[in-house]
Design a protein around this ligand. Structure first.
Ligand code: AMP
Length: 513
């Protein structure tokens, strides 16, 4: 028997098995009235109400519904309300500037747009056939008590399109199918030990690879989900305490924030001996890993993956053989990206680029057949990451082949930032590189050659940073600018990024952070 795997299965199981349980605890501090605690039965009703409304509006199955919002219960319900009945959910990074959001809405062809109340003003010019402000327009967004039109489940249908910055100036839309999401959620949930005694805290932005697919994994097990709108170390500790959180995910920068807050925390650290934290986005420092165990008393789990892989490719979780080791020795072992998750095959190409094959690999980039063909060339997904695989099968990410900077867990396309700087009349040449940063792992640096004849002192670092901040999400903007007389190039005139980066990474084992 072949029964299509769709993400509605996760909601359906939660409704049948855990219908009376509180499944979703909304963020109390948000511009819209928070939704009251939702049982999984109520979450199912809300999803149906959203699907029924889309039917009533004549939004067909396969249509794109974009959402720009900080984490919220409404946003989470939308994964089911939109994708659960055959439409495609497009969760957009809420930090993007208006032009950047406009591009994604246009490129995805979204006919429905949902925006957070705080973003309604800044995004006023971004329109779609149907535009709703979350909270304010609830009456128009949910058609309560009406059963949605049936959707013939199709596991090969695209469930979400997640725009991610890569090697091109514009972000690409990663098309993930129901099957991709289902397999990721099952394997991830299983290997992270998700079970019905867990409580999950949404520290990850839900737009980022659908919160790594965790919303599906935890729903299926009836896990109460606590929504967090704004990442803050002390607030994370407070929520862990208040709700008895046992599981959360985040980039190394988030771990650092929690560790910092722990220094000022009075009394025992919440979740000690009970909570596990899944970390990815960059290779976390060994000292940080050790402190998660010794200072917080939490279990540290590292994963590696990309939006393009739903995301789980590898996991590194303390194994029984390591139990007798000291926290320091364990931290060294946990510092590698991990071993392939179930169903993932890894390889390295001759240049050391990590290649992957798995059912979690994207269908393609939305309406970009050439980019899709490149990424999937030869039947392998080309990650753009450089790595090594040890004899025991553990992968370490040591370098990045793609021109991408990862700051605080979010991808920044160097080319996009270079494009913006180039548009400044005083800029003749520019190279944007990632340099190590204490707080964010990496930060964006611009090396700039000014146009001949620029009057001295007229264009400085602050002016160029401000120029970028006008058009780009702030996390993408350089935090420093260095002026040079010339930039190193190859004989064919290509920038030698590797050489330009090298001095800033001297003395380090890896060129990623
Ligand atoms: P994204 O698609 O935005 O989730 O970013 C994926 C990228 O994050 C990967 O291609 C890697 O460069 C980086 N990354 C994710 N997890 C790890 C990890 N555990 N170690 C090193 N880099 C990582």
């Amino acid at each position: 028997m072949h029964v299509p795997l769709t993400i509605r299965d996760h909601l359906a199981r939660a409704e049948v098995v855990y219908g009376d349980r509180v499944g979703l605890i909304d963020e109390p501090d948000q511009p819209a009235p928070p939704l009251p605690d939702l049982t999984y039965r109520r979450l199912g009703e809300l999803a149906r109400a959203q699907a029924a409304r889309l039917d009533a509006l004549g939004v067909p199955q396969g249509a794109r519904v974009a959402i720009v919002s900080q984490n919220s219960a409404r946003m989470l319900a939308g994964f089911y309300g939109v994708a659960g009945w055959g439409r495609i959910y497009v969760p957009v990074n809420f930090r993007l500037q208006v032009e950047e959001v406009q591009y994604i809405v246009d490129h995805s062809g979204a006919t429905v747009l949902l925006v957070d109340e705080e973003l309604d003003g800044p995004l006023a010019s971004v329109q779609a056939d149907h535009r709703f402000v979350l909270g304010r327009d609830d009456g128009e967004l949910y058609l309560e008590g009406v059963e949605p039109e049936p959707w013939a489940p199709d596991e090969t249908a695209t469930a979400t399109i997640n725009y991610t910055s890569g090697t091109t100036a514009r972000p690409k839309g990663v098309q993930l199918t129901h099957r991709n999401l289902w397999v990721n959620a099952s394997v991830f949930g299983w290997q992270a030990g998700v079970n019905d005694r867990d409580t999950y805290l949404h520290t990850l932005p839900m737009f980022h690879c659908n919160g790594w697919g965790m919303p599906f994994a935890v729903s299926a097990m009836g896990v109460p989900q606590v929504v967090l709108r704004k990442v803050d170390g002390a607030e994370i500790l407070r929520r862990v305490e208040r709700h008895g959180v046992t599981l959360l995910c985040g980039a190394p920068a988030v771990v650092a924030m929690v560790l910092e807050a722990a220094q000022d925390w009075d009394g025992p650290i919440p979740g000690a001996g009970r909570t596990r934290m899944v970390v990815a986005g960059a290779p976390p420092p060994t000292a940080t890993i050790e402190k998660v165990e010794t200072v917080l008393g939490w279990e540290f789990i590292q994963i590696y993956g990309l939006t393009e892989t739903s995301p789980l490719l590898t996991m590194n979780r303390g194994r029984e053989e390591w139990d007798a080791l000291s926290p320091q020795e364990r931290a060294v072992r946990l510092g590698r990206a991990g071993v392939p998750a179930l169903g993932v095959t890894l390889d390295l190409d001759p240049e050391g680029e990590v290649l992957a094959r798995s059912n979690v690999v994207l269908e393609g980039y939305w309406e970009q057949p050439e980019a899709s063909a490149d990424a999937l060339e030869g039947g392998w997904f080309h990650t753009g990451d450089g790595g090594t695989i040890d004899a025991d099968g553990y992968l370490t990410i040591s370098d990045r082949k793609k021109d991408v900077i990862i700051s605080g867990g979010e991808n920044v396309s160097s080319i996009e930032v270079e494009d913006r700087l180039f548009s400044h009349p005083a800029v003749a040449e520019v190279a944007v590189i990632g340099v190590p940063d204490e707080k964010w792992g990496e930060t964006v640096k611009a090396l700039v050659v000014l146009a001949a004849g620029t009057p001295p002192g007229t264009v400085d670092e602050a002016a160029l940073i401000a120029w970028c901040r006008e058009a780009l999400a702030h996390y993408k903007c350089p935090t420093s600018v260095e002026f040079r007389d010339a930039l190193d190039r190859t004989a064919t005139g290509k920038l030698q990024k590797y050489k330009l980066r090298a001095p800033y990474w001297e003395g380090r084992a890896k060129m990623v952070n």
